[in-house]
Design a protein around this ligand. Structure first.
Ligand code: BGC
Length: 679
């Protein structure tokens, strides 16, 4: 994912001196992200060498409604005397990516124009001829009045600017409004990009900043109406969850099945904007419950579109017969990761993609997705697992060798419990979906059989033979499953014994040391207990949770949320709360000292899980919503809305008296603390 045109730039010079907060004496500074409105506010005052004070108050946003539009209202005034101010709003496509080699640039300029009170740039990417056209317009006002003045223009490669001179009076407030429209060949035909950007920016300027701002606030109000979680009795926890919901909402709006969610969203370059298993394993539930079915469906259809590439990917590794291995990291279906121990071995992601289909179907109770898209994906995935297991003569069971589980502090292990369990489940689930589609839609099944060259008798029997005899390592004495074969051979030390100064270990230890230690980066066995909780008793969960939590360092942001859900289920509320703060305030408090790399967008969805499934105890079972609230002691209540099968339900949950209301839609039956109620 490349950084694109810088549309926000405005340069100010006061009597020839540049306004630059880096070099001037800053008298005050305040920056506020208003999450309710979706607007970034900034205010500052700086002292110039002449003693004059320049004060600015800026509002800026990217419109949630007009997806190509960004707008800035830059109010300023001068104190201490009159001054000549030169103002230069500009567009700049000469941008860098921090992760490029030798500062290589990725954009080639195609066209620069600047005339009247506007400018426009067009550029294309070097390799893929992806084109972007950006147009800007501005106006200068005093009070409500437009100020007309002579405008000069300057152009350079990938750069265009307008500038004007203002004889500013002391104490008067001026405001520069800058509008930008950015259109890309991902959405429109190349030949239309320029005219589209131009007419969109003109329309935005004509409608004006106030109207755009009003639209923005209304749009966010609607989004908050659906997705807000309120936590009574804990301001820090409240701010944490809202910060997460804000980012999830602006990162993915779900109108286009060619798009997905990167672990950093658009907030940083790390992970390259690509899609990981994070989407299915962590993000999907938030979008299902808050944004609705079409949005959630687009996340899944994304993978359906990539099925041919996943088959190609598996073929490259020697798999046959339509076996599909989805990439660990991708934009367009191709594998973009370059470490063998991840691309070839961290294959559990294939199972998460199947789990996403299961989760979606369970949540919406809609089996048509399976016939339309789901079964084809599942067949590809099941074929992969059937070939990836091998028969062990020694064990007389099917085993899976040379894998990396979710815990990336182990590579190339044999029989990772989570991967084996998930793969076995995929084989069973795909067989059951085959039956379901056969019952619901015989025509669709015929089409799928022919498209995939499926041999039902042979393949289903083979899957059954394998799935009924998969090796799952356990330690009988400790009563726990084993993360992988041989895990107990490692020196068993606990996370509590690891000095803080050595954490995170991936910044302090060699890989040799990490790989030999028993420390766990993120939920691995416990990820399996999370996905398949109904397969295990509470006792089994407790034993495994106590054993693995004590060895887990949570050095992936995806980890604490799973532990919150389980700790709350086990009534270990101190642990649940500790883990909750860690996940929900990870970026606000910069726990892992890495916020400069971007925000942990996909783990923010995990935070949502930790409130709704952890403290709210929400589950979907047999087509019904269940709640089993268990809140940290000092929380009075949590309340949130859930969009479930045509009904919007508002839950206000407390340890004492949970309350459920149907806000709109169809009547619905729910189960609260085991008791069924009709709304
Ligand atoms: C985690 C992966 C995750 C990736 C992107 C890594 O640190 O170990 O499980 O998919 O980050 O979030």
């Amino acid at each position: 994912m490349l950084n694109s045109v810088n549309w926000i730039g405005i340069r100010f010079e006061v009597n020839g001196e540049k306004i630059d907060l880096h070099n001037l004496e800053v008298q005050s500074f305040r920056r506020e992200l208003n999450m309710q409105e979706g607007v970034l506010y900034r205010e500052f005052a700086v002292k110039l060498s002449s003693g004059l004070i320049f004060k600015a108050k800026i509002s800026r946003f990217i419109s949630m409604l007009r997806k190509e539009i960004g707008a800035i209202n830059y109010q300023f005034e001068i104190e201490g005397g009159a001054a000549e101010i030169k103002i230069s709003p500009y567009l700049d496509f000469d941008v860098l990516n921090h992760d490029s080699n030798y500062d290589e640039k990725f954009w080639e300029g195609l066209q620069e124009t600047a005339e009247a009170n506007g400018a426009q740039l067009k550029a294309k990417t070097r390799k893929l001829d992806f084109e972007v056209s950006a147009a800007m317009q501005f106006e200068l006002r005093k009070g409500g009045q437009l100020i007309q003045s002579e405008i000069n223009h300057q152009k350079a490669s990938k750069y265009a600017e307008c500038s004007l001179e203002l004889a500013a009076k002391a104490g008067e407030t001026y405001s520069l409004r800058k509008y930008a429209a950015i259109c890309s060949s991902f959405h429109s035909a190349k030949e239309n990009l320029d005219s589209e950007a131009k007419s969109l920016v003109e329309k935005a300027a004509m409608d004006g900043f106030e109207l755009l701002l009003e639209e923005q606030k209304n749009n966010w109000a609607q989004r908050w109406e659906q997705s807000d979680i309120s936590i009574e009795g804990d301001a820090e926890a409240q701010q944490g969850i809202r910060f997460n919901i804000f980012h999830l909402t602006q990162t993915y709006t779900g109108e286009d099945a060619r798009l997905n969610i990167g672990p950093k969203g658009f907030t940083g370059e790390k992970y390259g904007g690509s899609t990981y298993w994070d989407t299915e394993a962590y993000c999907l539930p938030f979008y299902m419950a808050s944004a609705g079915k079409e949005v959630a469906k687009n996340l899944l259809v994304y993978r359906y579109k990539h099925l041919p590439k996943a088959i190609e990917n598996a073929e490259k590794l020697g798999f046959t017969n339509g076996a599909a291995l989805y990439p660990m990291v991708t934009m367009n279906g191709e594998e973009c990761h370059n470490e063998w121990e991840i691309t070839f071995e961290e294959i559990h992601r294939n199972g998460a993609i199947a789990y996403g289909i299961f989760n979606y179907t369970r949540y919406f109770g809609d089996e048509t997705y399976l016939a339309e898209y789901g079964l084809e994906v599942l067949i590809g995935i099941a074929r992969f697992w059937a070939q990836r297991f091998n028969w062990s003569e020694a064990k007389q069971q099917y085993v899976m060798l040379g894998v990396t589980g979710p815990n990336e502090y182990e590579n190339n292990v044999n029989n990772n419990w989570y991967t084996n369990y998930l793969a076995k489940w995929c084989l069973e689930y795909t067989s059951s979906v085959f039956d379901t589609v056969g019952k619901n839609d015989a025509e669709a099944l015929k089409r799928i059989i022919s498209q995939t060259n499926f041999e039902p008798e042979h393949e289903l029997a083979n899957w059954k033979k394998i799935s009924s005899n998969v090796y799952l390592p356990v330690d009988e004495a400790k009563g726990v499953v084993l993360q992988q074969e041989g895990y107990l051979d490692k020196e068993q030390i606990l996370a509590a014994d690891l000095p803080i100064s050595e954490r995170p270990i991936n910044q302090h230890w060699s890989w040799d040391r990490i790989l030999r230690s028993c420390f766990i980066k993120q939920a691995d066995v416990l990820q399996g207990f999370y996905f398949f909780e109904d397969d295990f008793s509470e006792d089994e969960l407790r034993r495994n949770f106590e054993f693995y939590e004590a060895r887990t360092l949570h050095e992936s942001s995806l980890s604490p949320c799973v532990h919150v859900v389980q700790a709350a289920k086990l009534n270990m509320m101190d642990k649940a709360y500790e883990m909750y703060l860690r996940t929900s305030r990870l970026d606000l408090d910069d726990y892992n000292h890495e916020v400069h790399e971007g925000l942990h967008i996909t783990s923010m969805a995990g935070t949502w899980l930790s409130v709704i499934e952890g403290f709210g105890g929400m589950r979907v079972k047999n087509g019904q919503l269940h709640f089993n609230p268990r809140l940290p002691e000092h929380w009075h209540s949590i309340s949130f809305k859930i969009n479930f099968r045509g009904a919007v339900v508002k839950a206000t949950l407390s340890n004492a008296a949970p309350k459920l209301e149907r806000i709109s839609g169809e009547p619905v039956e729910l189960v609260i603390k085991g008791e069924t109620i009709a709304l």
